[in-house]
Design a protein around this ligand. Structure first.
Ligand code: ATP
Length: 472
């Protein structure tokens, strides 16, 4: 791992080589959103598929679900998100910049205009994106409009972050007001879609305790200050497990997941000395948690949270039981013992994992007197495993043979073989090094005129050896 690495090096490589672009870039971007290009999609999928294989497919105590992103608003009222999923927001009275109070380097100094003492008291800003389900609006026209507009302004001033539309101009003679009962939210975590399906899985599959339910998918948070590339985005991807346990056995399950998380970091190729366990003190824990470990990683932006592991007690299932008036009890098979299980939750963020993978893989060295950048990605994560080239692209006999080799490898490694005949061979190697391709396969005159072997060049050592195509 490169100790002098800057975040800009990663951002620039990601853009230059087609991993990650700013969201809506052609229109000036949309803050906190990122688009994955062809190689980014592959890397992200490889990470997510590895997770699913390790934590769902290769275990017999795990069940997968894929719940809807839009959920009944009662989910978020019962879970506490409507009331408490907030970050403290301060506004600078001089430049009107808005910041997350607990993330300011100097709580008294505006990071934009540099003035001191311009922040008022923080307000609690709810990070959920509200939306409306169905055509549930009332349209108001004419003389009622001014009165209602004034009322709406009043609501907004009180700091209530509802989604009421305040028309910008009096030219509008109609305003739309959405019915409260139609409110929904873009989910801020995938966990609730697991809890709401707990009973379905228990009733359909009769799992023994402990067992887990896993889900991967998008989550949305209206972060006050999205920053540090994909690290703090407004739309991101989570991979979460709710692991249901007997209330008296939560400690052993917690330790089990500490070990499993470490195996996961290892599979991602993260150096063990760059990952740190932070035992979160009670005052800093989420209200539902009796124990939390944040796994932190040494990013170029400093040591920051990579993922979290929390003991959520029976908080969520009891909330559902109380609010939905449906029993969440689990009956131990062959006994009369019944209880609401407790939960250990490992919560993984895909973007932060992907960023840690890129940071861990980024290398610079010198080859033939020139600086070289390469990504030493683990082979199972690299978007491209083999790049296949004819030595010269204007020699039909080389191209034909190279196409043949390409087809064979592509069939054996679907989606992981790239045809690359752009530029000279040196340029191709540099490009493939930068995207982390472990092997470049080159078809040259010896292939067609000699013993049929091809050159296989290794990314990390740049060593070239000759192999028959069957040996690759
Ligand atoms: P932070 O304190 O950094 O805001 P958090 O403690 O609120 O994070 P959790 O609610 O525990 O985060 O979410 C679980 C995981 O989801 C995090 O460990 C992280 O990997 C990921 N995550 C959370 N918020 C974001 C975000 N805005 N952008 C990217 N990933 C995120």
């Amino acid at each position: 791992m490169n100790e002098d690495l800057k975040l800009e090096d990663i951002v620039s490589l990601a853009k230059r080589r087609g991993f990650i672009y700013q969201g809506s870039d052609v229109y000036g971007g949309l803050s906190g959103t990122w688009d994955y290009g062809p190689l980014g999609v592959s890397l992200k999928r490889n990470i997510m598929n590895l997770w699913w294989r390790m934590f769902v497919d290769e275990r017999d105590d795990m069940y997968g679900v894929d719940a809807a992103i839009l959920m009944n608003q009662k989910v978020w009222q019962a879970s506490g998100h409507v009331d408490t999923f907030t970050d403290p927001l301060v506004e600078c009275s001089n430049c009107k910049g808005r910041f997350r109070a607990d993330k300011l380097d100097d709580p008294n100094k505006c990071p934009t205009c540099g003035k001191e003492g311009t922040f008022g008291e923080p307000i609690q800003f709810n990070m959920m994106f509200q939306t409306v389900v169905g055509p549930n609006f009332k349209s108001v026209k004419g003389e009622n409009y001014d009165k209602i507009k004034a009322d709406v302004k009043f609501i907004s001033k009180s700091g209530n972050s509802t989604n009421v539309v305040v028309p910008e101009t009096d030219q509008l003679d109609a305003a739309m007001f959405f019915s409260k009962s139609a409110t929904s939210y873009l989910r801020p975590e995938t966990a609730q879609g697991i809890f709401t399906n707990y009973k379905n899985v228990v009733d359909n599959f009769y799992p023994d305790l402990p067992f887990g339910i896993a889900q991967q998918g998008k989550a949305f948070r209206n972060e006050i200050s999205p920053r540090d590339f994909v690290f703090r985005s407004r739309e991101f991807e989570q991979m979460e497990i709710e692991y249901f346990v007997h209330p008296e056995k939560w400690e052993e399950a917690f330790e089990h997941w500490v070990e499993k998380c470490k195996e996961w970091f290892n599979a991602l190729g993260l150096p063990a000395d760059k990952v740190h366990e932070l035992e979160v003190p009670e005052d800093d824990r989420a209200h539902y948690s009796k124990r939390t470990i944040d796994f932190e990683f040494d990013y170029p932006i400093g040591r920051e949270e990579l993922m979290g592991l929390a003991y959520r007690t029976d908080f969520d299932l009891m909330n559902i039981q109380d609010n939905a008036k449906k029993s969440m009890e689990y009956q131990v098979k062959g006994t009369n013992e019944k209880f609401v299980p407790h939960v250990i939750e490992p919560s993984f963020g895909v973007e932060r994992a992907l960023m840690a993978v890129l940071v861990s893989a980024y290398r610079e060295d010198e080859q033939n007197g020139e600086k070289r950048i390469y990504l030493a990605l683990p082979e199972h994560l690299a978007p491209v495993k083999y790049a296949v080239s004819p030595l010269l692209k204007n020699k039909p006999e080389l191209v034909e043979k190279a196409r043949e080799v390409y087809k064979k490898l592509a069939k054996e490694n679907p989606g992981r073989v790239m045809w690359d005949d752009n530029g000279n061979i040196g340029k191709r190697y540099r490009r493939q090094d930068e995207i982390g391709t472990p092997y470049c396969v080159v078809i040259d005159f010896e292939t067609i005129e000699g013993d049929g072997t091809v050159t296989v060049r290794s990314r990390d050592t740049t060593e070239q050896i000759r192999k028959s195509v069957d040996q690759i």
